[in-house]
Design a protein around this ligand. Structure first.
Ligand code: SAM
Length: 246
């Protein structure tokens, strides 16, 4: 997958994209990453990317000309697929696992990041999808795009060490993940559940499934509406909820 970003502070990506899984994905050849500086498509001495808002008000708005020029230059190479262009904005579609999966199917993603008071509305004509991280306001889109990129890259086959890593994580089957433990088996009087030390793989798998179901029912009951449940899951949930309300 080719992931590109267009923003005014491209060096913000150095740390995240040069560390851990994001770096490994590039080392393995599963990911190519390029961060473009929007200022490279300005034509004045000060490399201006923003201007006062029409109609007055505080702050500055990012101009659409450099964004269009950059987009045209970045997408000019006919040998590359047209990117899925993702704008980041608090006014976008809420980011979740389903959207991460959708974006991970694309061969090429281009993220356009705002700063200041946001981006001239006319630039959104370039967007295939506008994504919001949640109901709060960040200083810039770089941080938001890094969250999206991380969640997407984890889903590229072969990127995670264990091939099933992303398949078993929270939200993958519509449930939260079961509790995880590592050594020591006993820490300050708190012990790892016996079943995890039993070596009985079927019992461990059943315990994990039930823990996922119970945890989701307790913490995110809304997820159960769309979760992938079989008859044994439903039976477990009925008993669990009855005993919780008893
Ligand atoms: C200070 S914000 C602009 C907020 C805008 N004035 C508003 O009220 O909707 C600057 C940039 O940060 C990014 N951003 C801020 N909050 C975000 C969020 N919740 N999700 C995605 N991007 C966000 C966007 O790229 C945005 O253009």
């Amino acid at each position: 997958m080719l992931i590109e970003t267009l923003s005014t502070f491209p060096n913000m990506y150095d740390s995240v994209m040069g560390t851990s899984i994001m770096k490994r994905a590039q080392d393995k050849g599963a990911l190519q990453f390029r961060a473009y500086d929007l200022r490279d498509w300005t034509h004045d001495r000060h490399r201006t990317t923003d201007d006062d808002p029409y109609g007055g008000g505080h702050g500055l708005v990012m101009k659409c000309e450099p964004i269009f020029e950059a987009y045209e230059a970045i997408t000019r190479d006919a040998a590359l697929p047209k990117p899925t262009t993702v704008f980041l904005s608090p006014c976008g579609r809420s980011f979740d696992d389903a959207l991460a999966t959708e974006l991970s199917q694309s061969e090429r993603l281009l993220f356009v990041c705002g700063h200041y008071e946001g981006i001239d509305e006319r630039a959104y004509a370039l967007a295939d999808v506008t994504v919001s991280l949640g109901d709060y306001v960040l200083t810039s889109g770089e941080l938001a795009s890094m969250v999206v990129i991380d969640a997407v890259v984890r889903k590229i086959p072969g990127v995670l060490g264990a091939e099933l890593g992303a398949v078993e994580e929270s939200f993958a089957g519509g449930l939260l993940e079961y509790p995880q433990y590592t050594r020591p088996a006993s820490f300050r009087g708190s012990c790892v559940p016996d079943v995890l030390l039993s070596g009985n793989h079927a019992a461990i798998a059943r315990w994990r499934r039930e823990q996922s179901l119970a945890r989701t029912a307790q913490l995110r009951p809304d997820l159960l509406r769309c979760a992938d449940l079989d008859e044994a899951d439903r039976r477990f949930l009925r008993n669990f909820l009855e005993s919780a309300h008893a």
